[in-house]
Design a protein around this ligand. Structure first.
Ligand SMILES: [Zn+2]
Length: 228
């Protein structure tokens, strides 16, 4: 398929240009990176191509440790995500773990509205359906489809961030006094801006009442929701 070869050729040309540009700006850039990476942040985001982690927060290669999957899901049984988390916390000693959902997320939308694919994606999105089930009453109060999806995106970021907090890795790190915070964000494709969701957990005590606090705040911002 010559068309495909041409497409990849342009990627390789872009790569050569990028490498030359970076080296021209900073001759030691790659040799420094080869020696070590010292990211202070772990980004757990969606695989969506419109959500490029480093670009969004203006960080260079080496400055952001990244894990992405469909709908930024964190489960205790996902050895991939949990391995990234453990390596980031125990070895790289990142100071912040940020779970970043995004409005208009196709994975979250599929979990919310269907249809089911009949494949392995259903299995994966079951984790998002769990979030929807937990907050069913709240979600049902919003008649507008787009506003409902926005809310579920926020709730999903919140719940996945809580899963990070309750992971064995985080609990052990806090237990031994490691300085480490967990955050939940939502990224807006429409203007490229990040919205923080009032989740910033620095120690296990911060978890007390956190879900309720975030739910009250989120509810107050959605006019269709009556006070919980
Ligand atoms: Zn997404």
């Amino acid at each position: 398929m010559p068309g495909m070869e041409n497409a990849l050729k342009s990627l390789l040309e872009n790569n050569a240009r990028w490498s030359a540009d970076v080296t021209q700006r900073d001759a030691e850039f790659f040799s420094r990176l080869v020696r070590q990476q010292r990211p202070e942040y772990l980004w757990i985001g969606c695989s969506d191509a419109r959500v490029p982690a480093n670009d969004i927060v203006g960080l260079l290669p080496g400055e952001l440790f990244v894990h992405r999957n469909v709908a930024n899901v964190v489960t205790h049984s996902d050895v991939n995500c949990q391995s990234v988390l453990q390596y980031a916390v125990d070895v790289l000693k990142v100071k912040h773990v940020i779970v970043v959902g995004h409005y208009g997320c196709g994975g979250v939308q599929l979990a919310l509205e269907g249809p089911r694919s009949g494949g392995v994606a259903d299995f994966w999105l079951g984790h998002v359906r769990d979030v929807i089930g937990r907050h069913r009453d709240l979600i049902a109060q919003i008649p507008d489809t787009r506003a409902r999806l926005d809310l579920v995106v926020e709730l999903n970021s919140l719940e996945q961030a809580l899963n990070v907090c309750h992971s064995a890795t985080l609990q052990a790190a806090w237990e031994r006094g490691q300085k480490l915070s967990v955050h939940a964000w939502a990224y807006d494709l429409k203007d490229g801006r990040v919205r923080t969701l009032g989740v910033s957990v620095r120690q296990p005590d911060d978890l007390k009442g956190l879900r309720d606090r975030v739910l009250s705040r989120v509810s107050a911002e959605h006019p269709s929701i009556s006070a919980p």
